[in-house]
Design a protein around this ligand. Structure first.
Ligand code: FDA
Ligand code: NAD
Length: 422
């Protein structure tokens, strides 16, 4: 049993949704495109799962956040997709023969393949702790996870949650749990939250804010085991520092691994992802990779990176489709890394790279503040909390310019004004 398509998108997440939109915008004949997704629903904006989806009042539910609402593009409801295979896992790929084999036994062949398989959440078992299968231990990667997190949250209002991990999932879920009237303790191994991005000074602002909402922090340790009741539910979390936290539920956000396994040994990998060039093309000409799974050249930094953020998923998908359909007219992908988060009444944006020396500016006891990162005499990264649309555009613009910075004290004095006037 088999079918052949001109274009196949493997994966049904954010990048897949944006690639599909771009294909149809540029004109596609019926039957040319197929999307193969393990998820039983059409592509949706994954960031909603840790934000609007978890709200106690008027929570976001599909179809409201199908792609591509996040970039104010057309929203693609399931009806929109003319050719797609949903709820089907691809279990093997043969890049030489240009075929994919699905779990239902179908062979799908392609002329051009876009890999948009994203990533999977790391499990506690990979760090030697058992218990992920307990019904009140929650991960958050897809809609099924989000539904079960909501059910668990609803069953323990007023109870205690332990959040494992101080990254994006940990911070956003902790805020949502508090909004759902659950007592939260966050546990993570680093000295401060969001260690991949925040400086200690920035982290201290967010930790103080969370503490004012009742969140407790236990830093510099990891969990060593769970305690269970007779039905297999977790009742307490034991930490390596010897402490024991009673728990009605646990949320785990300890990082991800890109879904590359189908292509290992067939395509070149780098930085844990599938290596692509400036056209998002892998080491095989007929295969492209986009989103979380792609390791791509960041022109601005002169090196290959893998980024795990939605803006990259959207823009890399669009660029890959353009490169496929109009190769002569398409230049190299020139991407300015962009991350953001919204929790409680807080909202920040970051552009560029957080390397070198950080120069903080603004009012760290108020609601608008930020930082620039200076590396090799140039501004390479900018962060702003509580900015206006114009101010965010200004820090993005300034970061893209990579201006030379001679006097760090002067930059600190100018603060946000530097970005607004550069
Ligand atoms: P994505 O994970 O979206 O999609 C991958 C798809 O491939 C899935 O549908 C999966 O089922 C499918 N798949 C994988 N293997 C398959 C196989 N073998 N066969 C068939 N299908 C397969 N970023 C940000 O910038 N701001 C934010 O606020 C947030 N918030 C946020 C919240 C939560 C809860 C998560 C989990 C993530 C975020 N992110 C984010 C990150 C952002 O969502 C992420 O970078 C993008 O979803 C990446 O898009 P991709 O399409 O690459 O992967
Ligand atoms: P992360 O990489 O942001 O954070 C992982 C955290 O796990 C680390 O900060 C660390 O505190 C913790 N950790 C690592 N090893 C541990 C261990 N052995 N025990 C306990 N804690 C440990 O990853 P995440 O928070 O799981 O997020 C998953 C993915 O979702 C990422 O790709 C992220 O970019 C994405 N996401 C992004 C946003 C956003 O951009 N606003 C929001 C939610 C999720």
């Amino acid at each position: 049993m088999g079918r052949a398509f001109l274009y196949v998108i493997l994966g049904g997440g954010v990048a897949a949704g944006y690639a599909a939109l771009e294909f149809t915008k540029r004109g596609l004949s019926p039957g040319e495109l197929c999307i193969i997704s393990e998820e039983p629903v059409a592509p949706y904006e994954r960031p909603a799962l840790s934000k609007g989806f978890l709200l106690p009042e008027s929570p976001a539910r599909l179809p409201a956040f199908h792609t591509c609402v996040g970039a104010n593009e057309e929203r693609l409801t399931p009806k929109w997709y003319k050719e797609h295979v949903l709820g089907t896992r691809v279990k093997s790929a043969d890049v030489r023969r240009r075929t994919l084999l699905t779990a239902t036994g179908e062979t799908i062949s392609y002329k051009i393949l876009i890999i948009a398989t994203g990533a999977r959440a790391l499990k506690l078992e990979e760090f030697g702790v058992n218990g992920s299968e307990a019904e009140n231990v929650c991960y958050l990667r897809d809609l099924a996870d989000a539904n079960s997190l909501v059910n668990v949250m609803q069953s323990c209002a007023g109870g205690n949650a332990v959040v494992i991990g101080g990254g994006y999932i940990g911070m956003e879920c902790a805020a949502s749990l508090v909004i759902n009237k659950i007592n939260v303790t966050m546990v993570f191994p680093e000295e401060h939250c969001m260690a991949r991005l925040f400086t200690p000074k920035m982290a201290s602002y967010y930790e103080d804010y969370y503490q004012s909402k009742g969140v407790k922090f236990i830093k510099g340790t990891v969990l060593s085991s769970f305690e269970f009741d007779s039905s297999g539910k977790v009742t307490a979390v034991n930490l390596r520092d010897g402490s024991r936290l009673p728990a009605d539920m646990v949320v785990v956000g300890i990082g991800i691994r890109p879904n590359t396994s189908l292509f290992e040994g067939q395509l070149t990998l780098e930085k844990g992802g599938i290596k692509v060039n400036g056209k998002l093309q892998t080491s095989n000409n007929s295969v492209y990779a986009v989103g979380d799974v792609a390791a791509f050249p960041v022109k601005l930094f002169g090196e290959t990176r893998r980024l795990e953020h939605v803006d990259l998923a959207r823009k890399s998908a669009k660029h890959a489709v353009t490169a496929i359909l109009e190769p002569e007219k398409t230049g190299e992908f020139d991407y300015l890394p962009f991350f953001y988060s919204r929790v409680f009444a807080l909202s920040w944006q970051f552009y560029g790279d957080n390397v070198g020396e950080a120069v903080h500016f603004g009012d760290y006891s108020g609601s608008t503040f930020g930082a620039y990162w200076i590396s090799k005499g140039h501004l390479v990264g900018s962060f702003l909390e509580g900015g206006t649309k114009e101010e965010y555009e200004a820090i993005a613009h300034a970061t893209r310019l990579k201006p030379a910075i001679e006097d760090l004290a002067e930059l600190e004095r100018q603060g946000l004004n530097f970005a607004l006037t550069v």
